[in-house]
Ligand binder design. Sequence first.
Ligand SMILES: *[C@@H]1O[C@H](CO)[C@@H](O)[C@H](O)[C@H]1NC(C)=O
Ligand SMILES: *[C@@H]1O[C@H](CO)[C@@H](O)[C@H](O)[C@H]1NC(C)=O
Ligand SMILES: *[C@@H]1O[C@H](CO)[C@@H](O)[C@H](O)[C@H]1NC(C)=O
Ligand SMILES: *[C@@H]1O[C@H](CO)[C@@H](O)[C@H](O)[C@H]1NC(C)=O
Ligand SMILES: *[C@@H]1O[C@H](CO)[C@@H](O)[C@H](O)[C@H]1NC(C)=O
Ligand SMILES: *[C@@H]1O[C@H](CO)[C@@H](O)[C@H](O)[C@H]1NC(C)=O
Ligand SMILES: *[C@@H]1O[C@H](CO)[C@@H](O)[C@H](O)[C@H]1NC(C)=O
Length: 635
Amino acid sequence: MLVLQILPPLLWLGQIFASPYTLAPFVLHEKRTHTPKGWSHERKHLASAVLPLRFGLKQANIDKLEDYLYDISDPSSPNFGKHWTPMKVANTFAPSTESVAAVHEWLSDNGIAKERLRVTPGKNWIQLDATVEEAERLLLADYHVYRHESGQEHIACDEYYLPEQVAPHIDIVTPSVHFDTVVHLQPMSLDTTILKSDITIVNETYPGVDHCDTQISLDCLRALYNFDYIPTASDLNSYGIVEYTPQTFRQSDLDLFFTNYSIPELVGRPPFPVSIDGGLQQTFNQSVPFIAESHLDLQYGMGLVTPKLNVTLYQVGDTVNPNTSFNNFLDAMDGSYCTYEGGDDPSVDAIYPDTQPGGYDAPPNCGTAKPASVISTSYSYNEADLTPFYVTRQCNEYAKLGLMGITILYSSGDYGVAGNDGDCLNEDGSQTSNGTLFNPTFPGTCPYVTSVGATQVAVGNTVLDPEIAAVRVTSSSVFYSGGGFSNVFEIPRYQKNAVDAYLKNFRTENFAPAVYNSSGTSRAYPDVSANGANFVVAADGEFILEWGTSASTPTTGAILAMINDARLAAGKGTIGFINPTIYSASFREAFNDIKIGSNPGCGTDGFNAAYGWDPVTGLGTPNFEKLRKLWLALP
Ligand SMILES: *[C@@H]1O[C@H](CO)[C@@H](O)[C@H](O)[C@H]1NC(C)=O
Ligand SMILES: *[C@@H]1O[C@H](CO)[C@@H](O)[C@H](O)[C@H]1NC(C)=O
Ligand SMILES: *[C@@H]1O[C@H](CO)[C@@H](O)[C@H](O)[C@H]1NC(C)=O
Ligand SMILES: *[C@@H]1O[C@H](CO)[C@@H](O)[C@H](O)[C@H]1NC(C)=O
Ligand SMILES: *[C@@H]1O[C@H](CO)[C@@H](O)[C@H](O)[C@H]1NC(C)=O
Ligand SMILES: *[C@@H]1O[C@H](CO)[C@@H](O)[C@H](O)[C@H]1NC(C)=O
Ligand SMILES: *[C@@H]1O[C@H](CO)[C@@H](O)[C@H](O)[C@H]1NC(C)=O
């Protein structure tokens, strides 16, 4: 948070209360730089109107989160692999009783009766129904009503302050500067390009490795990544794939795929279903756009690890709520996440019970689902769709899952340096197709997930040739591996050397450094990559081709799940948060460095793939056998 030592003139109005806090210096807590696109200022809010003020309390020890995570995931640390129990994670970060007391004291010193305050059971936030007049006095803020083009109204202030003694205990106050996403037109995006372009039907399937430049099969991936492994420790192991309703799957299509590409044992085998917030396989529409993502993820995710390992399918959200998001999934993984720092954001996340017809009319799932050891998600937002507060809170949760030994994979996006649908940033933070600034993908820019980009077998090449960065251009769509630099997250130390080397040696002259965060101080992505081109998928009784980092991510997940199998079989723990390990010198030899290709977008040719790490294909594609040996040598 920006800290500013000031005594605003308004402060003197507070003197009549003669409290120590009103005389203490206030510090600026949050400030918004612009009014989001589509919204306009309507009027000053009524002084007597009631605001549901919520004070999200700072978690204890959150400043040590990164150190804790390195301590157990840096291969050179003596505590490598000593993952934490969920209980230890919850206890370590629960807000302290001092924080609750400090906020209580401040409010009661300012004339707010204790009976008006409500503290959640987890002591994570304090709620107060305050008049606008009270809120403005407490926060030195001015509340206004804003109106969206669609007619929706929103209450917000431009900035707010907190007393110096109270500020360290509070992370966020709502409602305040946040607009969060605009109206919820575009939820997170599926990272497969099939949905945005014509469907290519495959008339003849080719298992084996003879057509991998035009049709990817399970055999192509096994050959490309030296990945021929039969698991032996499945009862200890788990691999989870996350899908958001209305994406759904049909068993008959899985069976069709496994009949033509895999072994008979897989035919008739469903994934192991875990329902979150009413998640189910919807049957109201199973046309290609509604099954393309689930079928891609399941056919390849399952095909590369089964029949021995059952893949868990986390199906998130009911069929009618368009707002279900990563936070709803994380709530189910970790009961403490449901509430901390104010909990989910009603303007971004689905809020349950959902009382609309057909909605999941029950409390949200909190801590009800067990996280699998490797979790693959092929959906993404643009970092700029969400506020820095929102993405930071969610990113910290990925670090906590890392502490528990869970590996989190997200696709890096399908639009090169541009955001979903090819939108780019403008100086004011808005996103348009004619924007000129690069538009990074979230959660790929969170330093605590592993971001997966896409490669392909160049046309005419075989699985024995080096791959190139993925590229697909049709009359109706383009697909390039998402990559670049965050505008929010600082560079994690595990990738500092790799990113420095890229910026020093391979900075391209094709565009100005001002179009992206070229400071060298921000998180760069992706971390790794895998093939994402020409995946043959059974959908609606036919075979079609799909492209995208959506394909690369479950493929990488399957490989990592099998590394876990090898370690579990040897009596070792799961690999957990892998980034400090894979960027270490010895592991970099276990990736096939991709040196050809780029990721155009925002009117530029994008970054170039290059020797070593690059913001197109990361460290490169995995060599399973090399990785297995290296990981087996770790404690
Ligand atoms: C498959 O057959 C259809 C109909 O004959 C044709 O339109 C399509 O181009 C063929 N697909 C490929 C990949 O050749
Ligand atoms: C799928 O496999 C069956 C049995 O081998 C074969 O008859 C059929 O032609 C295959 N489908 C395609 C589209 O190649
Ligand atoms: C996987 O699922 C199948 C079918 O439900 C079951 O028979 C098998 O025991 C499961 N395997 C493991 C390792 O859980
Ligand atoms: C199913 O979805 C497709 C694609 O959006 C649409 O064209 C079709 O009309 C829908 N079918 C039904 C029955 O709603
Ligand atoms: C989804 O979010 C929007 C924007 O906050 C909200 O207006 C809408 O009611 C939400 N929909 C549901 C079903 O909760
Ligand atoms: C970009 O497009 C928007 C409409 O989407 C338009 O209002 C704006 O003027 C355009 N900006 C430039 C620089 O062309
Ligand atoms: C670049 O990233 C850093 C995070 O390391 C951030 O503090 C800074 O504001 C970003 N710069 C721009 C121009 O977005």
